[in-house]
Every structure is written in C-alpha cells, then in structure tokens.
Design a protein around this ligand. Sequence first.
Ligand SMILES: O=C(O)CCC(=O)C(=O)O
Length: 266
Amino acid sequence: MTVELNAQLTPEPPRPPTFHMSLPNVASLIEDYQCNGVIRVPGLFSAAEVAGIRAELERFMRDDLPSRPTDARTFEADGRTVRNLWRLEIHDPAIVPMVEKPEILSLVSQLVSGEPLLVGVETFNKQARVGSAVPYHQDNAYFCQTPPDMLTIWIAIDPVTMANGPVYYVRGSQKSGMQPTKPSGVKGNSIGMAEPPAVPLEEQFCGLLEPGDALIHQCETIHHSAPNTSDFPRLGLLLVYRGKHTQTDPKLKAAYTAAVSATPPS
Ligand SMILES: O=C(O)CCC(=O)C(=O)O
C-alpha cells in the first residue's frame, strides 16, 4: 500500500532520453540501408539548425579559410569558387557540436556495427552554374577500410533538385564489394571507377532533398553527381563515420596514394 501510494505521489525521476526513438522507423532504415546501401532520412536537422550550420560555414570561408593550408579546400576550375571544404573537424572544430547529435550517433553505431568515430567533416558546395560533376566512385577507394563499416551522412543545406546536380546511387552496389578503380584526374575526387556501372540513370536512386534532410550511404555504394547547370546553389555538408574496429587495407591505400599524388586536392 505504502509503495503504491508513493508511486502515485512521487514524480518519476527524469529518464535518460532515448534519442534513437526520435528518428522514426529506425528498424526499417537499417533494413533499407543493408539492402540498398543508401537511405534518405527526412528532417534530420531543423530549419534553425541548418541556418546555424550555413552561417558557420560562411563565417569559416570568409574569415578562416585564407589562413588554412591549401589542402583544406578544393577550388573549381575558375580557381576561386570553393568546390569542397575538407577536414572541417580539424580546421573548424566549432562545426562538430552543431552536427554530432546523439540520435545520429545511435543510428550510426548500428549501421557501422560498432563504436562510431567521426573521421571527416566536409562539403560539396556545387555553386550555381559553376559546381562541377563528381565521377562514378566508391568512397572506400578513398577511405581504404576493412571491413567496410564506414558511411557518409550527406546533409542538404540547400534544396537538392534535378537541376542542381543531385547525387545518384546504384542501389545494392555495396554488396558486390570494391570494383576496379582508376585515377580520375578530377581535383577533389582523384580516384574513380575503371568502368561506370551498367545501371541506367533513371533506375538509380536520386537524392532529391529539402534543407535538413539527409542521405546516408555505405562506403562501397557506387555514386556520382552531375554539374550544377542551374541558377541555384546546392550545398551539402558531409559527415564521415567509421566503426572503431575498421583497419586500413594496404592495397586500397596504395591505389589511392597513387591517384591523389597524381591529382592533389589543391
Ligand atoms: O555531393 C556530391 O555531389 C558528391 C558527394 C559524394 O561523392 C559523396 O557523398 O561521397
């Protein structure tokens, strides 16, 4: 009786938040990821969070980038428009707490089958009319990890439309593992696939997004994107995670080192 009475009168102590519950359908996201190698997560960031991230990226490019090493960015062919920012977790650590949310870590730990480590924060800016294409590739040609428990979260800061160069993914391609590569000669994407896949564009997963939506792809999922021929920018912020247990594969690393030496990012 006393116990029951206490239970009625004593307010429940606050519970630790179960963050993964705030992402709908986590089980189906995981199933989809394992099947297709890519998933769309709508509304991962709020409009206010997106505005904060955009403001920080703009501040960083204006105030800090000129004093950072040249490999902190890749310019477009015009030599002045930023194509990519690299290693923001080092060059602009203020961005990390803005993006590394507990619900993301919870989901990522399940997708990489282990403790998630944030190993890269970068951008693909794809400015209006100037933003260049990204050739067909598998990220693990750059990351060189085994097992391939590694992924990228691609967060839309601008709307991504058919016209401004969305990323296209070949569903299920991660299941076939790494395909032969060749140096691409593209600054910022130095290693690509030796042969493009036979899957027609209209059968590929097209990553159309609203600001704050995200795509998550496994590091061996084949993907690419077209140039931005529109009047609208297409800024994406990318978070790269690996499981703590992955290791560098020396063969992949040798191929990547040769490609990036031939075409450095800056
Ligand atoms: O944003 C793009 O156009 C390409 C992105 C990409 O290659 C990646 O997410 O690994």
